[in-house]
Design a protein around this ligand. Structure first.
Ligand SMILES: [Zn+2]
Length: 262
């Protein structure tokens, strides 16, 4: 996933996963003098939730002496998740928030001159996403959720998920044993309903049939190899609004923003 001279931009939310990954990457980075690590946080504008997490993120970066950059939806997109929920109560906010967060992290990573983006998705997240893609009827999306996502056209920064084989329980254990202070309250806008059901189902399966999550992750890896072979490499344009690479006229985020920002 990494080379000795990478400048890693770590997406740091202030939750247990990203704070754990921060602690692990700091140890790694110190062994490689030409590598660099910058933590990148996104303020989505979720009152009473994100503020606490951002404080915890900043505190840990201070303790570990890691450069920390925060960008906000308000400054980048002129709106916040709270405002989007108010404008579009009919839509699940996770759909918007996820696309905008990905874009915000990309922008911040490019801003600091990073070579790779690391996110703290764990095995549970990954196994859930595999089933979610299939239940949404969109198996081609499996390609985009790969543990290492390299853009052959070189237009997007490579994204890596170093914790993708670590069960959530073990991440929690690491965080507790390391005495990490992390955000424990859930987002007030709730989580995606289908993902929640899949989480419950997979936990039950893994309890009755240990290794289910690993097996699912392995199956997805093999499926990805086959899917990539059959998926044509799409040419990218510059988004007419923001200039970011996109296969369409406007990028996904700009299309979404059109429907929520007056
Ligand atoms: Zn755009």
């Amino acid at each position: 996933m990494l080379t000795h001279d990478d400048h890693i931009a770590l997406a740091l939310s202030g939750g247990k996963d990203s704070l754990t990954l921060l602690n692990i990457l700091v140890k790694l980075e110190r062994r490689f003098p030409r590598s660099r690590l910058t933590a990148v946080s996104v303020d989505e504008g979720i009152e009473g939730y994100r503020d606490e997490a951002l404080l915890l993120a900043a505190k840990e970066c201070g303790r570990l002496d890691v450069e920390h950059v925060t960008v906000s939806y308000k400054e980048l997109f002129g709106t916040t998740t709270d405002e989007i929920v108010e404008t579009r109560p009919d839509k699940t906010p996770c759909a918007y928030c996820g696309v905008l967060r990905r874009k915000a992290i990309n922008k911040a990573a490019l801003m600091v001159g990073a070579t790779k983006i690391a996110t703290a998705h764990n095995l549970d997240d990954e196994a859930q996403t595999v089933l979610l893609n299939i239940l949404h009827g969109d198996p081609m999306r499996l390609i985009r959720s790969a543990p290492v996502l390299r853009d052959v056209r070189g237009r997007f920064l490579t994204r890596i998920k170093p914790l993708c084989d670590i069960p959530e329980k073990e991440v929690v254990l690491y965080a507790y044993l390391s005495g990490l202070e992390f955000q424990s309250i859930a987002c007030p806008h709730g989580a995606e309903a289908l993902r929640n059901d899949i989480r419950v189902f997979l936990n039950q399966m893994d309890q009755r049939h240990p290794g289910t999550k690993f097996t699912l992750q392995r199956s997805a890896e093999r499926l990805r190899e086959l899917l990539i072979e059959s998926a044509p490499v799409v040419e990218l344009n510059d988004c007419e609004r923001c200039g970011d690479p996109t296969p369409h006229r406007l990028c996904e985020a700009c299309i979404m923003l059109e429907t929520v920002v007056a």
